[in-house]
Design a protein around this ligand. Sequence first.
Ligand code: HEC
Length: 479
Amino acid sequence: MKTFLLPRVRVAIRLWFRAETKRARISSRLISSIEKIPRHAKIAIMKIFAVALVIMFGFVVSQSAEADFIGHGGMVRSVDVSSDGTKVITASFDYTARVWRFGDQTELAVLNRHEGPVTGAVFSPDGQRAVTTSDDHTAIIWDMQTYKPLHRLLGHTHKVMAAAFSTDGARLATGAWDKTIRIWDVASGTLLQEITTQAPANAVVFAANDTKLVSGGHHPTIQIWDVETGAPSGKLEGHKMGITAIRLSPDGVHLMSASIDKTLKIWDMTSERERRSIDIRDTQVYDVRYSPDGARALTAGKDGYVVEWDLSRGTPIHEIPAHERIAWSAAYTPDGRFAVSASSDEQARVWHVATGDRIGLTALADNTPKPWLQSDHPGAKHYTKCAKCHALTADGPARSGPHFAGLFGRQAGGVHDYHYSEALIGVNFAWDETTLFRLFDEGPDKMLPGTKMPVQRLTDANELNDLIAYLRILTKGGG
Ligand code: HEC
């Protein structure tokens, strides 16, 4: 790696032009022809294409990864792979976490019990449980067989940003911006310990055979705590800015931390001293993972790159231009061969680390029609906001709010597979000009107390009527 740019260019060229398999050649050819087809026809073709792909190659590549994890309607903030490598869990700002089968990237479950963006999702060591954390101040423990929530962990008073299971899977630590970390009993969901930290917490990890808890956040100092007593038991000092991620090495001997100061640091857990610092150079890193053998690490960065590092030399081995927007998280598969990345672009993607090749399809972003972007209707510009959280059709990309197909005349709270808040359950009115006007004139919080639709008001009656008129045009199709 003599220069930083060259390998990236090489990887990019490789990505675009060197299709390793016949399947990749066929898909890229198909995709370039699809580019010329009108939007509305594209979706239908994509569906046929996807089915054809599955039929043609499903059995041939059943052992390897197939496609992107597509379906989230908001940035994907975190990703984790189960210890047996069969499942991936993603957490998104669309208020859901999703579980996917690694291999064909099929969605297995949508975990939609949070009432705010989901900030993280982590499998338990045995893969039988997962925990999700959210802006809604809660964490939820889920059963990974039934995908049902087992415990809702209440008590944090600000966004919960981090969660980690103990290595034996019996305990769980959560870290939040309320400057506390809390330790819970996984089986019962009860709170065992509450620890006050120096700053809002972004990362927690159990260490020293589950006797210590290590936390980091909006402060350069990493803190170490005694799990039984909750008392402070040490500090790791050396970073110059806040901490984004902390991981324990597979052998439990070292810790690795990532910071906004653009360094990775490796710490010896016995001496509690810094062993090495790796300069990330030109980007901030939001997640870091040890490779299964502990010799390498994977980082996900603000520049959208997923980089694999040689930890003994402190140099990059593979630099993957994984996303055009921020890469928030990256995780290895247990064999260390693949990386799964999560991004602001609403996708999680799978990479073959050694070649930097994207495994599976390309260019399958949210390609549903967005007529409001081209419309001259005066209400169209107000609709762009709604589109972030609402799809137009029942089969559109999942968003944090219900879809709008057939909205006018539809019973409030009436999309039967959408998880509404209490505010919309059992209400008895339909959406029309009058009720939609009230929704934004009064504000969702006033009209529907306790709703999870964020407060927003359109106080200008003309603008509001424009939006409603445009909504009627937009939604009359889909029913
Ligand atoms: C940040 C996300 C977000 C934005 C932006 C947003 N909504 Fe919502 N909306 C929601 C959520 C979440 C719900 C579900 C509310 C609940 O269950 O309490 C909802 C519910 C609704 C409902 C009730 C639907 C039903 O089936 O009963 C309507 C109507 C609605 N939104 C209209 C709009 C319009 C119009 C806009 C744009 C001006 C908009 N929303 C913008 C998140 C959003």
